[in-house]
Design a protein around this ligand. Structure first.
Ligand SMILES: [Zn+2]
Length: 393
């Protein structure tokens, strides 16, 4: 890392090696099944095999924390289930016992105030003495956009019953994480924009609610999040900064299922808006990088399952690359990839450093999923990436 002096500040730059703090991933999908009563054996085996494979890969350097989303085949709705799921993830991380796993519950019309209070009971304190709630966030999936059987209908998102739950979340300091889409039938390109008025109403009606708007893909939603009060923040993914609508859509239908995710990949205008907001010190404080790493078997992807999966270290490399290409300073990368997410969840960021070195590597073709005779296909197989982690000192 080279350091140049400007206005008496030391500003980190990309060099042949660059050094950052450890990275956060405040939106992860680890699969698995917590309670599998009623789930067919083959589905359970497949979900568990995926979990065993992806947890160690996604929880390796440069990442030190992840927020595990609750939309499993049987969604996690109670604190007991969330804590059980956290333990299952931790059990796969014996090598990385310092990895911070945050878990979430999925909101639905049956969520009670007691569930919210129970979630926010503390279990000790951090090194700097901050209280640690057991579950720090609740996730809201609108109905029909995510295959979730308990997704909340768009008209119910602002109903009285849900309002009371949001108010309790404010009292407890719990974050609402939102999948920002409304079901629009075959029109998969309008879902995000249609959600904007709902978000704005929600923010007006519960002004103190901490809201994380996940995987922003359009300029319109980005502008909406940036214009809302500071307790409304947004996340973005690497694939939405690089991929394009043309990568999966032929004008009529999905032409490449391996480039299909929700929210869908967008146009250059959207990518430039996101990159501009990351570069701008006035706006990037509201934004965090997430992997939103959705692993599916090759068979499921070929059958249209939405989601993109990139091994964590390669996703970090692609992010460094796209930022450098757009002359976004490394300090901006550090802010959105390392600092903002953990800060939003009140975590103390570890003091150790991560070193990347320039390289020329190829994204692997496929990774076998042991025990189920299928493979996991990383995004952009065969393409190159240009940063790798240096050996840990
Ligand atoms: Zn997700």
């Amino acid at each position: 890392m080279r350091i140049r002096t400007a206005q008496k500040q030391l500003i980190p730059e990309y060099g042949d090696r660059c050094i950052t703090p450890p990275w956060g991933n405040p939106h992860a999908h680890f699969r698995g099944i917590c309670y599998w009563k009623g789930v067919p054996t083959d589905v359970r085996k497949q979900q568990e095999a995926l979990m065993r494979l992806v947890v160690p890969i996604q929880c390796a350097d440069p990442f030190w924390m992840a927020v595990a989303m609750p939309n499993l085949k049987v969604p996690i709705t109670s604190v007991g289930e969330a804590l059980c799921y956290r333990q299952q993830i931790r059990n796969l991380l014996s090598e990385r016992s310092d990895f911070e796993v945050l878990v979430s519950i999925q909101l639905h019309l049956g969520t009670t105030l007691e569930m919210i209070r129970e979630a926010c009971c503390t279990e000790g304190t951090t090194l700097s003495g901050r209280p640690c709630p057991r579950v720090r966030l609740a996730k809201l999936y609108p109905a029909q956009v995510t295959n979730s059987p308990i997704g909340v209908d768009e008209t119910d998102i602002l109903c009285d019953r849900m309002m009371v739950v949001y108010e309790e979340m404010v009292k407890q300091g719990m974050t609402l994480s939102i999948h920002p889409e409304v079901y629009c039938g075959d029109d998969i390109f309008s879902c995000e924009e249609v959600f904007i008025p709902i978000l704005e109403k929600l923010s007006r009606r519960v002004p103190d609610l901490l809201i994380s708007v996940e995987h922003i893909s359009t300029r319109e939603l980005l502008e909406a999040v940036l214009s809302l009060p500071e307790n409304v923040v947004g996340t973005f993914t690497v694939h939405h900064l690089i991929g394009d609508t043309a990568d999966f859509w032929d004008g009529q239908a999905v032409s490449d299922p391996f480039n299909f995710c929700r929210s869908v990949l967008r146009e250059e205008r959207d990518r430039l808006a996101l990159l501009g907001a990351i570069a701008d010190p006035a706006t990037r404080g509201k934004l965090s990088l997430v992997l939103d790493d959705a692993p599916h078997t090759k068979k499921a992807k070929e059958n249209g399952a939405p989601g993109i999966w990139i091994p964590g270290p390669i996703a970090a490399s692609l992010f460094l690359e796209v930022c450098e290409e757009h002359e976004i300073p490394l300090e901006a990368v550090i802010e959105v990839a390392c600092l903002n997410g953990p800060r939003f969840y009140n975590l103390d960021i570890p003091e150790r450093t991560i070193t990347f070195e320039r390289c020329e590597r190829i994204i692997p073709e496929e990774i076998p999923i042991p025990g189920i005779g299928d493979v996991l296909v990383p995004w952009r197989v065969g393409k190159s990436y240009h940063w790798q982690l240096a050996e840990r000192a």
